[in-house]
Write a protein that binds this ligand. Sequence first.
Ligand code: ADP
Ligand code: MG
Length: 396
Amino acid sequence: MVASMNKLVSIACDCFWERYQDRPEFVVAAPGRVNLIGEHTDYNNGWALPMAIDRYTVIAAGANPSVVDGVSEFEFFSEQMQASTSFTTQHPPPNLTAAAWSAYVQGVLTVLDGAGITTPPLRGVIVSSVPSGAGLSSSAALEVSIAKLALTASKTPATDVQIAQWCQTAEHQYAGVPCGVMDQICSVSGVADHCLLLDCKTVTWQTIPIDSEQVAILVVDSLTKHSLAATEYALRRRECQRACEVLQVESLRDATLEQIEKNLRTINLRLFARARHVVTENARVHETARHLSEKNWGEAGRLMYASHQSLCNDYEVSCRELDQLVEIAQSIGVSGGLWGARMTGGGFGGCIIALIDAIRAKEICEQFASKYKNQTGRQTEPFIVRPAQGAFVVRS
Ligand code: ADP
Ligand code: MG
């Protein structure tokens, strides 16, 4: 059973009390996300259809009395990692590596510092119901919750887009992940019962309601993460850049199918396939948004399967386990209450999402669990996610 917001807040406050014998002055929350469709389109200036989910990272924090030489000093304990980190933004610890979780925390505070926002010394406790490293963007939830905390503590106003872009910069510069801005926008600006039709070029969005009782979004974790993910992600970005150079367009958002057929197919089949994924995926985003608004679940589901095939064949970022889960979805099918499924997130492991008939959720979860166990020996526990509100201040 996943912890509710109230429960997470009380765990964070209890943990803060245990560590510091004090009541936290600030409590903030930021959610993870799933992307319904529009994968690997964000860094191509395209469109995506993400929604913030009812899984949050919560931070309880207060002033840190141990300030050395007047320099801001921060200390955070992550309940999920069972570890703490302490640092100053002016003097980064020399052993900071891309893999360290403190890179996200310190990165955001340092980027804010660079933007002229001085966060007062803080100590805090981080708790989360966003599974880490599963493609549900626990990294954005962590970054955005830290940014929200820093802005609250320093009483600095900022727009949603500013917050998201600071967090994205931190992820690029301190965690070494050249991500698009989708995850952070969604974590900052998610709207309950809605997904966001996000234009990643203009960083503007429209909200699309997903408030029907009929439908639910199911997440099924493949419980795998292949080490290829980071290098292949960077390679895909370079391939898209190369395709743009050949096509003489600023980004693949501006390319058409006819253009890539004519200019890429004969020159380089791999670049052609990459570009075809991006161009067709952008079109699927708009179509899916329309079908969801019209509660046309069958058509939205069909586009999710098409997205998965494109990611698998043209973009080559799926893996055996994700394909197995999508095949299980197909075997359940519309007659079993499942309209469509696809991998979500960067790929090479992580989760799939499925669009399902809400009243059949229990039996569908059981089928995924037992079939995946038979095929792989892994015990996955599918769960429903609801479109949730973006980051907010619980207490200040
Ligand atoms: P995803 O964003 O899909 O969950 P990433 O690899 O991008 O996967 O981010 C996961 C990383 O984010 C973790 O390895 C850890 O460094 C950091 N992280 C996320 N949540 C927490 C948390 N609650 N406490 C500490 N670090 C976290
Ligand atoms: Mg991430």
